[in-house]
Design a protein around this ligand. Structure first.
Ligand SMILES: CC(C)(COP(=O)(O)OP(=O)(O)OC[C@H]1O[C@@H](n2cnc3c(N)ncnc32)[C@H](O)[C@@H]1OP(=O)(O)O)[C@@H](O)C(=O)NCCC(=O)NCCS
Length: 291
């Protein structure tokens, strides 16, 4: 039988801790994680800013002044996102994870938000069971892909226009509220070094790709086929992108499993790193779905 959490476990707003402390507790909760994702304070600061994490409404679990777990809440119009949840291994199965989750859901309710989103790595049974228990349901499966900087094939013949940040963000638009949180419009608007490519192929097919260029990595892809076959358009924009950045790695996350552009990514040398299950709680408000 599960032991009852001691009364001295407290949930405290994460804003009462420094970024170094939050990074420390987060890393301790992930020492045995399925996919290693260590953070440092600078990366956590960027994460908080890009994903609209609200530290006032995020929580740290403490016991006798010792940090036991953490859970963060992303907040955007009419929706909240559960992220960075973790309990240090020695404290697990004592109810801390559930207390943190219930605390976050309550924080969202206080903000008058009744629609919560999250992603969980496939086969992470403890977390998946916890989310089910609290009323989350599965909405789909997502892929995390990466590509090493191998030489790309010759670029597909096309009229290729480079897009600056503002042109790129105009194409992304603001209507991506039910997409996975990382790929919503706000994540791109909050991120640095965003640019894009618009391609028109000889047969009239056309489409665009918007991305973030980090120091060593291309990431945060948003793309659309405006006319024509998505696989063909994607292969064309990827061939131009990788020609432009031959030395950069690529990491993209939360691509829908049924995305018709996917075969082009595999043909271009992308491989699957891992999968996530997307889960929701509540119903997306009409303002998000109909936009
Ligand atoms: C997921 C995690 C936060 C759960 O925290 P916890 O404090 O151990 O969980 P609790 O003791 O509050 O358990 C609450 C519920 O979670 C589920 N659960 C927790 N551990 C489980 C396990 N090992 N197997 C199956 N279900 C489990 C159960 O539904 C449990 O309810 P029950 O006791 O009535 O069966 C913890 O395992 C963890 O930190 N894992 C590593 C980081 C991680 O996976 N984070 C989530 C990323 S999305």
């Amino acid at each position: 039988m599960k032991s009852i959490p001691s009364d001295d476990i407290k949930l405290v707003p994460a804003s009462q801790f420094s970024l170094d402390e939050l990074t420390g507790i987060y890393n301790q909760t992930r020492v045995d994680y399925m996919v290693p994702m260590p953070m440092n304070a600078a990366r956590l600061a960027e994460y908080i800013s890009v994903y609209d994490v609200d530290l006032e409404h995020s929580l740290v679990a403490t016991q006798n002044g010792v940090l036991r777990g953490v859970a963060m809440l992303g907040v955007r119009e009419s929706r909240a996102w559960i992220t960075r949840l973790g309990v240090i291994p020695a404290t697990r199965r004592t109810g801390v994870g559930e207390a943190l989750m219930e605390g976050l859901l309550e924080q969202a309710e206080r903000l008058n938000i009744h629609f919560d989103m999250l992603e969980v790595i496939k086969n992470n049974t403890p977390a998946h069971s916890l989310f089910f228990k609290l009323g989350f349901y599965e909405v789909g499966e997502l892929l995390v892909l990466r590509r090493s900087p191998v030489p790309p094939p010759d670029p597909v013949v096309a009229d290729a226009q480079r897009l600056d940040r503002s042109e790129s963000l105009t194409l992304v638009g603001r209507d991506r509220g039910t997409q996975p949180w990382t790929n919503q419009s706000e994540s791109l608007f909050n991120a640095q070094e965003i640019s894009g490519l618009h391609l028109t192929l000889a047969d009239g097919s056309r489409g665009w790709l918007v991305y973030q260029r980090q120091k060593f990595t291309l990431t945060r892809f948003i793309y659309k086929t405006e006319v024509g076959d998505p696989e063909k358009v994607a292969y064309a924009f990827l061939s131009h992108l990788h020609l432009q950045y031959p030395r950069l790695d690529t990491q993209i996350e939360n691509i829908q499993l049924n995305d018709p552009h996917l075969p082009a990514f595999y043909r271009m040398g992308y491989i699957e790193s891992f999968r996530r299950i997307e889960m929701w709680r509540g119903t997306p408000p009409a303002s998000l779905v109909s936009r």
